[in-house]
Design a binder for this molecule. Structure first.
Ligand SMILES: C[S@@+](CC[C@H](N)C(=O)[O-])C[C@H]1O[C@@H](n2cnc3c(N)ncnc32)[C@H](O)[C@@H]1O
Length: 316
């Protein structure tokens, strides 16, 4: 079985209690079905509807889910389209809408996908490689055509890299001297040339990590997709249903936090629990990739008085 160690599984299963009431579990980021399999094992009435825009992930998920025939459906689409699809497919309200954002291990470790600064491969970074529409960008196109201003913007906002301008300028200068970036290896080498050695030493991680993250987020339009999907998630949720989001980037977490807060102020539901959840030390020790995970849960409560009563009873 191809594996990706699912993050914060215990916390996700706790949020599903009482498990018997979980019927439709909308897994917006099916990946290799790591979370979905645990849900199927634990919640005997659960049926998974799993989205993934990556055809490789879907193929592996289908294989991993094969012992649960009849209890899952895989959707080949971007989760930003959830509301449209729910209308078309006549899905009843979802008990749970679950997001585990970002990329899976399988995407990261396959050099051909271009997600990793550790393996040399083409500068693709597309999660949906089947999408040949005009809006489908690759990291190669961004790096070889965007202006210093636009490169700086994504490196700063999506990568939170303090050296964004210096790097953007270095990339454009490389192009002006006839350079064309084709592979992840070439990008890593260029970044090493742009950043002085003492700066690289101070960075505390790989000097290309933040730039790769920024490019991936831009290529896949991840922030806008999440923005649209959160509103869609609320619309497809059953009364008393929950939205669970695990994010790994402060920009995503901030968006989730503000949206949940806004919904609470509009009496659409409550944060449940009220605090943010993080992986335990034990989990981080076993799975270092979980270290930046943050989980938030929103519970829909349809009747206005219900929300007010629950809020009054909860500690702030
Ligand atoms: C972190 S992985 C999920 C791993 C999964 N929870 C597991 O345990 O196997 C995220 C997955 O979501 C998919 N994904 C990310 N953004 C998406 C989007 N906007 N629409 C559909 N799938 C998306 C990626 O292709 C990837 O396979």
């Amino acid at each position: 079985m191809n594996s990706h160690v699912p993050v914060m599984v215990n916390e996700v299963l706790t949020a599903l209690q009482p498990c018997d009431t979980v019927e439709v579990f909308l897994d917006m980021t099916l990946g290799l079905a790591g979370h979905s399999i645990q849900v199927l094992k634990t919640c005997k009435n659960a049926k998974i509807i799993g989205f993934d825009q990556d055809c490789y992930a879907r193929t592996i998920a289908e294989k991993n889910l094969s012992p649960y025939k009849g209890r899952f459906e895989i959707v080949a689409d971007n989760f930003r389209n959830v509301e449209k699809l729910a209308d078309r497919e006549n899905w009843n309200g979802a008990s749970i809408v679950f997001f585990d954002l970002g990329v899976s291990n399988i995407q990261l470790t396959n050099a051909e996908r271009g997600f990793s600064f550790q393996n040399d491969g083409p500068l693709s970074m597309k999660m949906n490689e089947e999408d040949s529409s005009n809006s489908s960008l690759s990291a190669e196109e961004i790096l070889n055509t965007w202006s210093i201003r636009d490169l700086t913007r994504i490196f700063k906002i999506y990568g939170e890299d303090p050296h964004s301008y210096r790097i953007a300028k270095g990339i454009v200068r490389y192009r002006e001297n006839g350079g064309v970036l084709k592979t992840t290896g070439e990008l890593v080498e260029l970044l090493r040339n742009i950043l002085p050695a003492p700066v690289q030493r101070k960075m505390g991680g790989h000097p290309a990590r933040k730039i790769f993250q920024a490019l991936r987020i831009a290529v896949n339009d991840e922030i806008n997709a999440l923005d649209e999907a959160l509103d869609g998630a609320l619309k497809v949720l059953a009364p008393e249903g929950k939205i669970i989001v695990i994010s790994y980037h402060s920009l995503e977490d901030r968006m989730v936090k503000h949206r949940f807060k806004k919904w609470e102020e509009e009496y659409l539901g409550i944060l449940d629990p009220r605090r943010i959840l993080k992986p335990t030390k034990d989990e981080i020790e076993v799975n270092n990739k979980s270290r930046s995970a943050k989980m938030r849960v929103f519970k829909r409560i349809t009747e206005e008085g219900g929300v007010l009563n629950v809020l009054q009873r909860m500690p702030t």
